[in-house]
Write a protein that binds this ligand. Structure first.
Ligand code: IPM
Ligand code: MG
Length: 364
């Protein structure tokens, strides 16, 4: 089959990690006789430097004509030092999500057994944890009205949700829970926020259609605590935009490292696949980044965008076997990892390609 993939490397480590995901996809394409074609596009700081716009029209056109989008990361430290800058890299990503109608951000959190001791949490708390986050991605406080008072001495951001916005993502989360362990935690702050009361009302109404799914409404502060107290109590977690942003970074510790977490953003038409981590400017260009989150995002793409389940499982299996061989990047290094098993981006990328080749030809 033929698939066209838009590749938006973005900033910082974005290029290093997407390069490896593309190599993995090429290897899968060769093996299974799919033709993957790749088209690059600019986003974030890189796009601002080249065009003045964090999401140039050409990038949107490239994405719209593709079957799926692979994204690295956006962000640059120069903007952190000057909060008055009006044009910022993150706007590119937010506009892309909105323009492509990507209202549902799916973040699977599970720990590979090999990484149990890489997390700062105890292995006995983590073993077997398997959580699927559904984070609303095109509404809430990220997209509400915002501004400053006339004298600029006060500022506001507003959080608003419509019934339709809650219902369409809640439905996806219910469907997912029905196909998994049948438990849905809906996260809100309904004891304080009106938008959360609507959120809870809609989720409650929908629950009537899914009698086999147990719904638990949980306040976000409690959810933040419960996630690290006992992550195994969660199956599917449904959240609004900002709560999901915060909770999934927290939940990365359940997967060992932020460098391991893939994500899929889906909605109206094509899907976008990206690691949960950011541009990591402190290690950019040093061959230190962990490409696994992006490679696992490519695996999500194979399965959910293209319906290539076997191909997707091959990629996940290759990552797993590299971990089983004891190889680590710096972020998932354990206290007992020998120094010569800590690899850079290139070496771990090559190890994953080698593990893939071995899966394709196990007799070798
Ligand atoms: C994420 C990121 C983004 C977000 C930033 C880069 C705008 O943190 O995808 O989680 O807040 O959504
Ligand atoms: Mg985030």
């Amino acid at each position: 089959m033929n698939f066209k993939i838009a590749v938006l490397a973005g900033d910082g480590i974005g290029k290093e990690v997407t390069d490896w995901a593309v190599q993995v996809l090429r290897a899968v394409g060769d093996q299974f006789q799919h033709s993957f074609t790749f088209e690059d596009g600019l986003i974030g700081h890189a796009a601002i430097e080249a065009t003045g716009n964090p999401l140039p029209e050409a990038t949107l056109t490239t994405c719209r004509s593709a079957d799926a989008v692979l994204l690295g990361a956006v962000g640059h430290p120069m903007y952190d030092l000057d909060p008055t800058l009006k044009v910022r890299p993150e706007q590119g990503l937010l506009r892309l999500r909105k323009s492509l109608g990507l209202y549902s951000n799916i973040r699977p959190i599970r720990i590979f057994d090999e990484l149990l001791s890489a997390s700062s949490l105890k292995p006995e708390v983590l073993r077997g944890a398997d959580i699927l986050f559904y984070r609303e991605l095109t509404g809430g406080i990220y997209f509400g009205e915002r501004g400053r008072s006339e004298d600029r001495s006060a500022a506001y951001d507003t959080k608003s949700y419509s019934r339709m916005e809650v219902e369409r993502i809640a439905r996806q989360a219910f469907e997912a829970a029905a196909g998994r362990r049948g438990r849905l935690h809906s996260v809100d702050k309904a004891n304080v926020l009106e938008s959360s009361r609507l959120w809870r009302e809609v989720v409650q109404e929908l629950s009537g259609e899914y009698p086999n799914v147990e719904v638990i409404h949980m306040y976000v502060d409690n959810a933040a605590m419960q996630l690290i107290r006992d992550p195994r109590q969660f199956d599917v977690v449904l959240t609004g935009n900002m709560f999901g942003d915060i909770l999934t970074d927290e939940a990365s510790q359940i997967a060992g490292s932020l460098g391991m977490l893939p994500s899929a953003s889906v909605g109206d038409a094509i899907g976008l696949y990206e690691p949960v981590h950011g541009s990591a400017p402190d290690i950019a260009g040093q061959d230190k980044a962990n490409p696994m989150a992006t490679i696992l995002s490519a695996a999500l793409m194979l399965n959910s965008a293209f319906g290539l389940k076997e191909e997707s499982e091959c990629v996940i299996g290759a990552v797993e076997s590299v971990l089983a061989q004891g190889y680590r990047t710096g972020d998932i290094r354990q206290t007992d990892t020998p120094a010569d098993m800590v690899l850079g981006t290139t070496a771990i990328g090559k190890a994953i390609l080698a593990a893939l080749a071995k899966r394709f030809a196990p007799q070798l």
